[in-house]
Write a protein that binds this ligand. Structure first.
Ligand code: AMP
Ligand code: MG
Length: 425
């Protein structure tokens, strides 16, 4: 179990009660997130982005009255007296043709999506008629009188002309894009994609497949951050690794700040002698907004700003880096794009599994959502070590364990933060 910063082990510069809580830190971060400019893009390029205009229906949807079935269009006023009714069939209305006038006292053959003939007010499904031949001409016999508007989709039934179809701030997916297409639009104004630069720090880092050096480890956090950032609309690039040396860190940070909306550094923000990322950020002109959050893992999280660039200094341990990026980085990227609901969902649910811990700091324990006996539950991961790279390969939720709690034995209903849309394939 990772060392808890409780009595006797507090770093001298900041006591636990002076740190921001997780919620305070998040609120502060979001309040400072600048709003990105809008841009116009083609419909499919708008998938996953945040709408930056209101979309109003230019005309009714559907645009004209049409049939929802294959059958026969009739004027219900022709069906007088007692059933059955027998009508001659005159004319055809097929999809993609202009509507003709419905003849008096006759049925018109009609197909799904075809315009309702002018004057007709109902469609009878072909399954509900009997086709007859009288005097060598086709007729249909109806056993009952259909109510007016039967199987008719009226113009504007789905959306009236001038109605608000989508409001600015909507996160766009296939359903919204299809609606926009139906409203005659081939492009949309969305928030620009945030540019994210990921800067991994540490002499030990190497890329996957690069020859191993003694004591080297494969860099993995940058991949998590870049992939998660892309999922929420960002353009993410991973910069070359930074060595554990103040000057090269400052130079790399200065270079990365230019043209970046969000700079994410990884590692080097703790209290070790080699943890010089914070001083290097300051030397590069970043003003630190806050440093350290009362949470476990992820305590060393550092947040700052340089002009319009937001800076997130994530701790290097894989689980801490992933968790802090999900909790802080993803909402910031969403807020910058104007998403009115940038935060992950929080729900109360039963939490299974056990957790050994000492009271002291709010813990965000990794868990996986499962359905057991038809009910969604969160199952705590067995390995809660902050160095575990396996965690987020299966975890998709964090269980909030209150600061004052000791060991957790399972079976209680607790608050759970879920990341389904940011993590699941
Ligand atoms: P640090 O926060 O720099 O003290 O790093 C804490 C731990 O995380 C160390 O074991 C590092 O080797 C590891 N670590 C740091 N950066 C990364 C990274 N980008 N990918 C994977 N592990 C890392
Ligand atoms: Mg390091």
């Amino acid at each position: 179990m990772a060392v808890l910063c409780t009595t006797g082990t507090r770093p001298p510069e900041q006591a636990e009660h002076d740190m921001l809580t997780f919620d305070e830190a998040l609120a502060r971060l979001l309040a400072g997130a600048p709003r990105l400019n809008p841009e116009r893009v083609g419909l499919l390029d708008a998938d996953g982005r945040v709408l930056a205009e209101d979309v109003v229906a230019p005309g009714p949807l559907p645009a004209f009255d049409h049939s929802s079935m294959d059958g026969y269009a009739v004027r219900t006023s022709d069906l007088t007296g007692e059933p059955p009714y027998v009508l001659p069939v005159r004319g055809v209305s097929a999809a993609g043709t202009a509507p003709a006038r419905a003849p008096e006292g006759a049925a018109v053959r009609i197909y799904t999506g075809a315009p309702l003939p002018l004057g007709a007010d109902a469609v009878i499904m072909q399954e509900d008629v009997e086709a007859l031949e009288r005097d060598g001409a086709p007729h249909v016999q109806l056993a009952v009188r259909p109510p007016p508007q039967a199987h008719v989709r009226r113009a504007g039934d789905d959306l009236a002309a001038g109605a608000l179809a989508l409001s600015s701030g909507t996160r766009l997916g296939p359903g919204q894009l299809a609606l926009v297409a139906a409203l005659e639009r081939s492009s949309l104004v969305v928030s620009r994609r945030p540019l994210v630069t990921v800067l991994g720090t540490g002499d030990e880092l190497r890329s996957p497949g690069e020859p191993a050096r003694p004591g080297s480890i494969v860099e993995s956090n940058g991949t998590f951050v870049a992939a998660a950032a892309r999922r929420v609309g960002a353009i993410a690039r991973v910069a070359p690794f930074v060595r554990d040396d103040p000057d090269s860190a400052r130079a790399a940070i200065e270079g990365a700040l230019a043209g970046t909306d969000v700079l994410v550094t990884i590692g080097g923000v703790s209290v070790g002698d080699k943890d010089f990322v914070r001083p290097a950020l300051e030397a590069a002109g970043v003003s630190i907004d806050f440093y350290k959050v009362a949470m476990k893992p992820g305590k060393p999280l550092t947040v700052g700003r340089s002009r319009r660039t937001m800076v997130l200094g994530l701790p290097g341990n894989p689980a801490s880096a992933s968790l802090t990026f999900l909790l802080f980085g993803v909402p910031v990227l969403r807020a910058m794009q104007g998403d009115p609901k940038p935060l992950p969902q929080r729900r109360r649910m039963r939490v299974e599994g056990t957790l050994r811990r000492k009271p002291g700091r709010t813990e965000l324990a990794r868990a996986r959502l499962e359905v057991r006996d038809g009910v969604e539950v969160a199952v705590l991961a067995a390995n809660q070590a902050s160095g575990a790279v396996t965690s987020f390969a299966s975890a998709d939720a964090l269980v909030v364990i209150d600061a004052e709690r000791g060991d957790y034995a399972g079976g209680e209903t607790l608050e759970v933060i879920t990341f389904a849309d940011a993590l699941r394939a």
